[in-house]
Design a binder for this molecule. Structure first.
Ligand SMILES: Nc1ncnc2c1ncn2[C@@H]1O[C@H](COP(=O)(O)OP(=O)(O)OP(=O)(O)O)[C@@H](O)[C@H]1O
Ligand SMILES: [Mg+2]
Length: 318
C-alpha cells in the first residue's frame, strides 16, 4: 500500500516537473516587488496546474482509446469463441441425430413392410383375376385406389423422416403434443413389434417457443433409452408412459418406463458426454448429454431424471 502511495507521489512530482519545465521560457526573468512577485508566483503556479491537468487529460484520453481498442478486441474474441461453441454443439446434435438415424431406418423398414406386402398381394391378384376372366373394371379401379392409398402412406412416411432430419432454422412456437404424436408415428411400429406399449396422457395443449425438431430428437432419445432398458430387463408387460401437462407456466413432459430404473451410483454421471452402460457397439453415451444440451442450453428449460417404483422417469420442462 505504502509503495503505491510513493509511486503515485513520485509520478505526480514528475508530472509537476514536466509542467514546470514547459512553462519555464515564459516565466518572468527579472525580480519584481514582493506583492507583484507573489502574484506572479501564484499565476505561475496556476499555469503549472493547468498544464498538469491538460497533460493528465491527454493521458486519460490515450488510455481511454487503448481501452476501447482492447474492448473491441475482446468482443471480437468472445463472439468468435461463442460461434465456435455453437458450431461444436451443432455438430454434436448432428452426430446424435446420425446415431438415431440407424434406428430410424429400421423403422422405415418396419413401416414399409406391411404396405409393401399388401401391394404385392394386390398386384398378384390382377393376373389371377384376369386368367379366371373375373377382371372387371370395378375390380381394377378398386385395386388401383387401394394401391395408390398405400403409396401415399409410404411417401408420407418418407417425408416425415426427411423432415425429422432437417435442422431447425429458427426457433418458433410449436405444440408439444403435435411433436410427440409425430415422433411416435415415426417409431410406433418398431416398438409394437417388441411388444412395448406406449401410452400418452395429455392435459391441455401446451406450446413451446423453440426448436421443434431438436425437441423431437430429445423425445426420441428418451424413448429409445426406455426401449433399451425394457428389452434388457425383459419387462413383461413392457410399457412407456408419456404425460404432458402445464405447470407453473411451463410445458412438462415426463417419460416413464417399467424397465427397472437407474442404479443410484451412476445417476451423477448420467448426463455426462460418452457415459454409457451399453457397451461400445451399442451406445455412444451421447444421447442424454445431447438431450440436456438441447433442452437447457438451446431452449432454456430443464431435463431431469428420477427413479420411480417401476423404472426411470425423465422430465422435460420448457
Ligand atoms: N430409461 C432408462 N432406464 C435405465 N437406464 C437408462 C435409461 N435411460 C438412460 N439410461 C442409462 O443412461 C446411460 C446413458 O444414456 P445415453 O442415452 O446418454 O447413452 P446410451 O443410450 O448409452 O448411448 P446412445 O444414446 O449414445 O446410443 C445409458 O447407457 C443407461 O445406462
Ligand atoms: Mg441413448
Amino acid at each position: 500500500m505504502g509503495n503505491d502511495k510513493d509511486k503515485r507521489n513520485s509520478a505526480s512530482a514528475k508530472l509537476r516537473r514536466r509542467a514546470s519545465d514547459r512553462l519555464m521560457p515564459h516565466a518572468p526573468e527579472e525580480r519584481a516587488p514582493l506583492a507583484e512577485h507573489e502574484r506572479q508566483r501564484l499565476v505561475h503556479e496556476l499555469h503549472i496546474h493547468q498544464i498538469e491537468l491538460e497533460m493528465q487529460n491527454d493521458e486519460l484520453r490515450r488510455t481511454q482509446l487503448e481501452l476501447q481498442d482492447l474492448n473491441k478486441m475482446l468482443d471480437a474474441r468472445i463472439s468468435q469463441a461463442v460461434d465456435e461453441l455453437r458450431l461444436k454443439d451443432q455438430m454434436l446434435i448432428l452426430q446424435d441425430r446420425l446415431a438415431v438415424m440407424g434406428d430410424m431406418i429400421n423403422n422405415i423398414a418396419h413401416q414399409w413392410r406391411q404396405p409393401l406386402n399388401t401391394m404385392a398381394l394386390l398386384v398378384q391378384q390382377l393376373p389371377l383375376f384376369h386368367d379366371s376372366g373375373k377382371l372387371s373394371k370395378a375390380l381394377l379401379d378398386e385395386n388401383t385406389a387401394k394401391t395408390m392409398k398405400l403409396i401415399e402412406h409410404m411417401s408420407q412416411t418418407i417425408n416425415d423422416f426427411r423432415d425429422f432430419f432437417r435442422s431447425d432454422k429458427e426457433a418458433d412456437d410449436f405444440r408439444v403434443h403435435q411433436v410427440i404424436d409425430h415422433t411416435l408415428s415415426l417409431i410406433g411400429e418398431s416398438f409394437k413389434e417388441l411388444n412395448i406399449s406406449i401410452v400418452v396422457e395429455r392435459d391441455g395443449e401446451p406450446a413451446i417457443f423453440g426448436y421443434a425438431n431438436e425437441y423431437a430428437q430429445v423425445i426420441l432419445n428418451l424413448l429409445i433409452n426406455a426401449r433399451d432398458a425394457l428389452v434388457a430387463s425383459k419387462a413383461d408387460p413392457a410399457w412407456i408412459s408419456l404425460r404432458l401437462f402445464t405447470q407453473g407456466g411451463k410445458a412438462i413432459v415426463t417419460v416413464t418406463d417399467n424397465g427397472g430404473g437407474i442404479a443410484e451410483e451412476i445417476m451423477p454421471r448420467l448426463f455426462d458426454p460418452y457415459f454409457t452402460t451399453k457397451g461400445p457397439d451399442k451406445g455412444t453415451g451421447i444421447g442424454l448429454f445431447m438431450s440436456k444440451t438441447i433442452i437447457e442450453k438451446n431452449m432454456d428449460g430443464r431435463l431431469t431424471v428420477r427413479n420411480t417404483d417401476s423404472g426411470a422417469e425423465f422430465r422435460i420442462e420448457v
